[in-house]
Write a protein that binds this ligand. Structure first.
Ligand code: NAD
Ligand code: TYD
Length: 355
């Protein structure tokens, strides 16, 4: 028996990966294991739940017994590990859950896989990580390569960096067939609306302020989630165990540019009395806010033939269309927990806009 375990498959990237994988490998046996935290939503998997080879397990990755049982019962020989606490602002408000899920959870998965696989080098454990582990770049430093030193600055990135180190150690010490991907900021359908792009779209439609941290000059590299999923699939299928692959969009944008672009799209699609740009507010900066991320994805391009295929204009337009068509999904997932988080995160941020 052979099975692919997808942890965090009810979240944004994991869910998109489940759909991508089953489209490309309709006969595969796919097991999603997810704790369904505020960020996980089974509704996001509605279109694949009836698939013959699909199974969902509601469990925490720190629950060793259940994870071990899933490995055994489902014949797990491959893992794509997405499950994580993923939002920087939440990690600042409450870091404990990040240490638990991202570090202890990754440890649990690695250790269960090591025992279940018992030295079988045909298995694959792909750990999905982030460019944020490398820290912050100045405006003109070269982009992150896979050998860039680790300098995480937030509780989120520090917990992801720790998990990357565990994965590396399981290769060096136990010869586990692991692979790590470090990717830049994703955007696309099903992203939880606490992250910049969906938050701005939904706030604009509701006539709420569009909070831009600091002066909006921080730079992120943006990649469409579907391109990221193709990259992960390429690494899972053809990557070399023990190796790290950076995945990025070669698409650096300042935050204010992103917010203005979103406003301009919405001005065309859903014109209001005044431009949505009037809602932009520069607010208190995020503590430890990394200035710039940029990814050098030369290695995965050269070795695995991957490259981003979705242009930013096209990807952003289709993402906005998706949110406009799924306002009911957004409404349902913004639970009481989300509203409490939103209050805590934004209530005290001082509006520093002039004029
Ligand atoms: P997300 O927050 O949308 O989803 C996380 C999923 O993990 C949710 O379904 C949640 O229920 C589940 N989960 C959380 N804690 C769990 C636990 N203890 N046990 C089992 N399941 C648990 O996150 P995302 O944006 O889809 O990110 C997925 C992965 O990709 C993360 O590891 C993240 O670090 C990484 N990543 C994200 C981005 C990005 O831009 N979003 C970029 C690079 C890397
Ligand atoms: P985010 O989507 O949280 O991703 P990350 O912090 O992992 O890069 O934020 C993207 C950028 O947008 C980041 O520089 C912080 C900024 N930001 C705002 O200016 N306002 C907001 O309300 C949010 C959520 C983010």
């Amino acid at each position: 028996m052979s099975g692919l375990l997808i942890t965090g498959g009810a979240g944004f990237i994991g869910g998109n990966f489940v759909r991508h994988w089953l489209r490309e490998h309709p006969r595969d046996h796919v097991v999603v294991l997810d704790a369904l935290t505020y960020a996980g939503n089974l509704e996001s998997l509605d279109d694949v739940r009836d698939h013959a080879g699909f199974r969902f397990v509601h469990a925490d990755i720190c629950d060793r017994e259940t994870v071990a049982r899933v490995f055994e019962e489902e014949g797990i020989d491959r893992v794509t590990h997405f499950a994580a606490e993923s939002h920087v602002d939440r990690s600042i408000l409450g870091p404990a859950e990040f240490v638990r899920t991202n570090i202890e959870g990754t440890f649990t998965l690695l250790d269960v896989a090591r025992q279940a696989w018992d030295g079988d080098r045909n298995c694959r454990f792909l750990h999905v990580s982030t460019d944020e582990v490398y820290g912050s770049l100045t405006a003109d430093e070269p982009a992150f390569t896979e050998t860039h030193p680790y300098r995480p600055n937030s509780p989120y990135s520090a917990s992801k960096a720790s998990s990357d180190h565990l994965v590396r150690a399981w290769f060096e010490t136990y010869d586990m067939p692991v692979l790590t991907t470090n990717c830049s900021n994703n955007y696309g359908p099903f992203q939880f609306p606490e992250k910049l792009i969906p938050l701005v779209i939904l706030n604009a439609l509701e006539g709420k302020p569009l909070p831009v941290y600091g002066d909006g000059s921080n730079v992120r590299d943006w990649l469409h989630v579907e391109d990221h999923c193709r990259g992960i699939a390429a690494v899972l299928e053809r990557g070399t165990p023990g190796e790290v692959y950076n995945i990025g969009g070669d698409n650096e944008r300042s935050n204010i540019e992103i917010v203005q672009l979103l406003c301009d799209h919405l001005d065309r699609l859903r014109p209001a009395e005044q431009s949505y740009r009037e809602l932009i507010r520069f607010v208190t900066d995020r503590p430890g806010h990394d200035f710039r991320y940029a990814i050098d994805s030369g290695k995965i391009q050269r070795e695995l033939g991957w490259r981003p295929e979705i242009g930013f204009d096209e990807g952003l337009a289709s993402t906005i269309d998706w949110y406009l068509d799924h306002l009911d999904w957004c409404e349902r997932i913004r639970s009481g927990e989300y509203r409490r988080y939103y209050e805590r995160q934004y209530a005290d941020r001082v509006d520093k806009s002039t004029g």
